[in-house]
Design a protein around this ligand. Sequence first.
Ligand code: FE2
Ligand code: FE2
Length: 287
Amino acid sequence: MAVVSRHHDVLIQRLSRHSVNYRDPLEQIPWETLDPEAPWLPEKLLSLYGLPEYEGLTADDKIRLSQVEFVSFCELGLWLEALFIQRLGSHSLQHLYHDAPSYHYQLHELREEVGHSLMFLELQHRAQLPFLTPPSQRPRLASLFARWTPEASAVFWATIFIGENVPDQMSRHILQDKSLPEAVLAITQLHRREEARHMAYARITVQRRAQRLGTIQKKLLSPLLREVMRQFLQTSFFPGPAIYAAAGLAAPQRLARLARQNPIRQALLKDCAAPSREFLASQGFSI
Ligand SMILES: [Fe+2]
Ligand SMILES: [Fe+2]
């Protein structure tokens, strides 16, 4: 246990050092390259991609849908970051007295998350597209879990890890398409770079905390984690009808239903969830 603890301290001190060269994302993104005539997501990442209804859309409809879905993906980030900022902000000072390296690092992480949220707000402002999924429409269990699970617990950090790793997998796919506007690539790159540190912190914190849990406890916690993850994946990958309506598409309710049944979308979800599932399985949680 002492070895894990020491390893933890060394790693987070290193993460803090990497966070020192902070630059404001608002200043780093080449906002003028956010082309309103171009797609903002690769086609294969669109929720309707592969369906006959998608093939039937005009080129302009497809572009508009990709822009709305990219803004909606960033809105997902805003929701997650708000939950995280609330939790860390409310209890972080107590760490100073028993785990100073974590306190130090978490302040870096808070600063970075606030920067991401400001970046997403700027995107929305420049895109002139509305945010359409208020927290009341997000899964209740995931919100409650993020709000009330003890911060010292393995499951709290497991939830954080899922909330960071799943969108990061989407970001990885986005960056494969270098033809996207530079601003979209820069937003995604910057987020990936900083989230890599956040995930490293979450990973080692889960490892450290999971060591204190017995096999039975992990077995009992697994169904809960599984349900949180299921709800989180639903809200991340299946936009509500408002998204299709904002893209100007007809029959938005029907499109939302079709997206949920879209095998290509389901395969993407599985692909993006796989690293979280593998990591949690390695820590004894079966999700
Ligand atoms: Fe973030
Ligand atoms: Fe993060």
